[in-house]
Design a protein around this ligand. Sequence first.
Ligand code: FE
Length: 362
Amino acid sequence: MLVFRQLFDPPSSTYTYLLGDSDAGDAVIIDPVFENVHRDTALLRELGLRLVATLDTHVHADHVTGAWLLKQRCGSQILLSEASAAANADRLLKHGDRIPFGTRHLEVRATPGHTSGCLTYVLDDHGMAFTGDSLLIRGCGRTDFQQGSPGLLYRSVQDQILSLPPECLLYPAHDYRGLTVTSVAEEKRFNPRLGGAVDAADFAGYMNNLGLPHPKLMDIAVPANLRCGRPDGSATVPQEPAWAPLTCTFSGVWEIQPTTLEERIAGSHADDIQVIDVREPQEFTDALGHIRGARLLPLSQLAGRANEIERGRPVVTVCRSGARSAQATVLLQKSGFKEVANLAGGMLRWRAESLPVEDGGN
Ligand code: FE
């Protein structure tokens, strides 16, 4: 089955797309954003997908691609246009190439004009296309830098995108109003720049008089993207927490697995982690019991009593199922705690894995 997710980066209004084949377990990501790599790898893990490749639609001027960082984390290949002249790519794409994921594939169409290396990725059944900035919802990317050309963009959109079946859904790289998807038929009729009776001269007149400001991040983003997002000396890579092997969920919570926590509290570093049990007092001593050394601090009182927790030591929060304790990590982070994780699955999973408890029934 086809898996499809549209993801959003609020600071740059960028859409990132995940496409996967759930039977084969392979996925690709189009236009990943550097700062969102934790989120994207969490989603891949939760959906049980292996990232085989990242695809950029072009060398972006408004955000740094996550391609290089995802390659470090997932072993994925970096793909983008040959015309982009970017370093660190694993495969340089040309018009007509195919990008397989499981039994499905994307077809590569060269759609230059916003930049000279813009590509549109079209799904094998022509039901969806990922247009980058070549065609936006009722708009299009600017043509006044990065070898942009109104004449080229006009031809690209007409010949390679609006020639797709009318019902083909079009997914852009950005939308600044929160619109998410359009179709070939809609854009042919209603795109004020490229639809209706607009011809190449009308389009060029429109594009040459946009008067847009320089993109804020351009001087950082373009050089970084010409390295496929590989940081240079000045850039900081989003760090994994160092105090324990943790995983980040797609909901944004850092988790520790029960056996990892048990090894830590039973081992030589027994004192370094504070286990805070956020259930109600009667639950602390009911059939599930509690973890040795855990301190009871119910979620309802946590915000007011956070100063009772030591700030210099990592904190693991625990509850029955892992839900209330996930909220506890959010509260603690708001109170300034940096090293906080939720016990995945709570006491239920702790007991299911036959880990030791105090005061519990059998
Ligand atoms: Fe762009």
